[in-house]
Design a protein around this ligand. Structure first.
Ligand code: SF4
Length: 261
């Protein structure tokens, strides 16, 4: 029997242009185990509670997420098929690979319908749990927060070990990867650190491009709304010159770089 898989989502963007190639249907999945200081979607963090899930049935709208299923999602995706034919579907979050079976089933169903799929992940989930979904997807957008584990822990609350293991796994199975990296002044926007990252990535044949994402504060209001302490209020957004310098560090190492917009 063709079983649909239940999963918690945050929201949907039906004409996304910044999360993977072409025009894309972007599904934002609920739940993230990281707590990045610059997160612009802290409202995707909270994870559903299983007790409520059992009580609630399939259509419960919770304070921070909606329970749905893969068949419903893919039917919705198919209603946009004409618009996303040059792009595809990106499953983002939150951390999509926190619900690997749900993501895997969406990817499989998209594949059956000839739709390109990308998973936008921080790679923080153990490969043993995430690999089946990674195997099926066409492209992995892998967000490396920091190559320096000590800094990664301060920035996200978690070690980067699973992220780097995810990259190794993608290399092993020859999965196409776009690296994403946020340029945060005082943290990752540092020529020494960026050079180390560029040198590290150079060894990976699976890495097609690096997307440098200049830090911005567009999500700050959400932290306030949620009663969370946003610690980057005083941090400046990178200047055009700083962004250009960062870009050149990667280009020097022979790595293609893209910037948003
Ligand atoms: S991984 Fe993404 S969703 Fe999770 S805290 Fe970091 S920026 Fe936010």
């Amino acid at each position: 029997m063709d079983m649909s898989v239940k999963g918690w989502i945050h929201s949907v963007e039906s004409f996304g242009t910044v999360d993977g190639p072409g025009i894309r249907y972007v599904l934002f999945v609920q739940g993230c185990p990281l707590k990045c200081l610059y997160c612009h979607n802290p409202d995707t963090w909270s994870v559903y509670d299983d007790k409520q899930k059992n009580k609630a049935g399939s259509d419960c709208v919770m304070k921070s997420g909606k329970l749905t299923d893969s068949e419903t999602i893919v039917n919705d995706i198919l209603s946009y098929k004409g618009y996303i034919k040059t792009g595809g579907v990106t499953i983002s979050g939150g951390e999509p690979l926190m619900q690997p079976e749900f993501v895997l089933d969406i990817v499989k169903r998209c594949k059956e319908n000839g739709i390109h799929t990308a998973i936008d992940t921080s790679g923080c989930i153990a490969v043993s749990r995430s690999k089946a979904a990674i195997d099926e997807a066409d492209l992995i957008l892998l967000d490396i927060k920091s190559l320096d584990n000590e800094q990664a822990i301060k920035l996200t609350g978690s070690s980067n070990a699973n992220t780097l293991a995810t990259l190794d796994y993608c290399e092993k199975i020859n999965k196409k990867v776009w690296i994403r990296h946020v340029l945060l002044p005082g943290w990752t926007l540092d020529s020494r650190r960026l050079k180390a990252l560029a040198e590290y990535l150079k060894a990976y044949k699976c890495v097609e491009i690096v997307e440098l994402l200049p830090f911005h504060k567009m999500g700050e209001f959400k932290w306030k709304e949620l009663g969370l302490n946003y610690t980057l209020s005083e941090t400046k957004e990178p200047s055009l010159k700083e962004i250009e310098q960062a870009k050149n560090i990667f280009i020097k190492e022979g790595i293609s770089v893209t910037l948003p917009g």
